[in-house]
Design a protein around this ligand. Structure first.
Ligand code: SAH
Ligand code: DHB
Ligand code: MG
Length: 225
């Protein structure tokens, strides 16, 4: 098929799945509207990826969830919906503006008590969590600056237990990881990260490709042994 026909088909399939399975969630609507009003980049996970995060959290019965990279709180809401009312999502964010926008929006949802946003560099915050004995988390979602993914994984393993899920967004980058040229440091880091997931003695992993808004990306799913 010609390329634009393939892209069009991807878009239609993505829309078809969304129409079938996406619940109308008032908290999600509040967060999306707040991101638009505050001019945050729309780099939140696509709706169907949010639904996958939600289902995975439900499947493992997650209660304690850690997210790395809050942005406007969109994926945090999906994860909180999965663990509320008993559970809690701690979400780490380095950008004070993003954290403020997310906190303000989440405060007026029914999930305010289920989401805690911590401001700071995620590696610093995770080191503190390790030292303060805040482990273990049932599910850890990595979605911040891509260069630090390998270090987030090492910290995540210290915050996990046997059976925990470690998830990572943006591991396909529309196929950039296939080629990963010298000019694309992000893609090369991700290529190495994916190889680590595949070979790590403490992990059983797979990448699930997902249709995004304009392109194909993927979420890595790992179970800690
Ligand atoms: N998970 C969000 C999207 C996150 S976008 C969602 O799907 O809705 C990535 C976020 O990571 C941005 O808000 C960015 O400010 C944040 N970030 C980048 N570097 C970081 C770091 N070192 N520590 C914590 N957060 C960081
Ligand atoms: C970017 C970051 C993300 O987490 C994402 O899902 C898409 C894009 C970015 O920094 O460009
Ligand atoms: Mg992402």
């Amino acid at each position: 098929m010609p390329e634009e026909t393939v892209q069009d088909l991807y878009g239609q399939i993505d829309a078809y799945i969304q129409e079938l399975f996406l619940p109308d969630d008032p908290a999600l609507r509040i967060v999306v509207q707040s991101m638009t009003e505050n001019n945050l980049r729309r780099i939140n996970v696509p709706a169907n990826a949010g639904r996958l995060l939600y289902l995975l959290a439900r499947l493992v019965g997650a209660v304690r969830v850690l997210e790395i990279g809050t942005l406007g709180g969109y994926s945090a809401v999906w994860l909180a919906r999965a663990v509320a009312p008993a559970g809690r999502v701690i979400s780490l964010e380095a950008d004070p503006h993003h954290a403020a926008v997310a906190r303000k929006a989440i405060a007026v949802t029914d999930l305010a008590d289920a989401i805690e946003i911590r401001l700071g560099d995620a590696l610093d915050l995770m080191a503190t969590m390790i030292n303060q004995g805040e482990a273990p988390f049932d599910l850890i979602f990595i979605d911040a600056d891509k260069e630090a993914y390998p270090r987030y994984l090492e910290a995540a393993l210290q915050l996990a237990r046997s059976g925990s899920l470690i998830l990572a967004d943006n591991v396909i980058r529309n196929g950039a990881v296939l080629r990963a040229p010298d000019t694309d440091a992000g893609a090369r880091t991700m290529q190495q990260f994916n190889k680590t997931l595949a070979t790590h003695p403490r992990l059983e992993s797979l990448i699930v490709p997902l249709l995004g808004r304009q392109h194909i990306d993927g979420i890595a799913i790992s179970r800690v042994r």
